[in-house]
Design a protein around this ligand. Structure first.
Ligand SMILES: [Zn+2]
Length: 129
């Protein structure tokens, strides 16, 4: 897997997900910033339509469906950026312990929804790599 092939696939999914106005810096890495057990990580800018996407080399050795599910998962996080930001607003009004509980629950539930959506959308792909 080359970074060029990965970029091409990210652009393919950007088109389907309505994210073509985003500038996404794509990196193929040995280990991503989300930690050694994660396949990918994305960091969307808070104010601009730019994002940094890291995908691990080992994740891109998986089959087409798994690779697509990983890419779509990260792109959905970009799609959810404003929703995620809005859902974190109450955190500044909560005490530290409650804020931590709320934040952990929010992150857990978000990951669940993002993962189901990503896998469903990836399964609909009609274009091979
Ligand atoms: Zn995620």
């Amino acid at each position: 897997m080359t970074v060029e092939a990965l970029i091409e696939r990210v652009e393919y999914w950007q088109g389907i997900l309505g994210l073509t106005h985003w500038t996404i810096k794509v990196e193929l890495v040995e280990e991503c910033d989300a930690g050694p057990h994660n396949s990918a990580a994305v960091r969307p800018s808070v104010y601009y339509t730019t994002a940094d996407l890291q995908v691990t080399e080992s994740a891109m050795e998986k089959d087409e469906y798994e690779r697509d599910a990983i890419i779509v998962h990260e792109l959905i996080h970009i799609l959810f950026r404003d929703l995620t930001e809005a859902s974190h607003v109450p955190l500044k009004f909560l005490n530290r312990d409650v804020a931590e509980l709320y934040s952990d629950r929010l992150d857990f539930e978000t990951e669940g929804v993002v993962d189901v959506l990503a896998r469903s959308i990836a399964a609909l792909s009609t274009q091979a790599w």
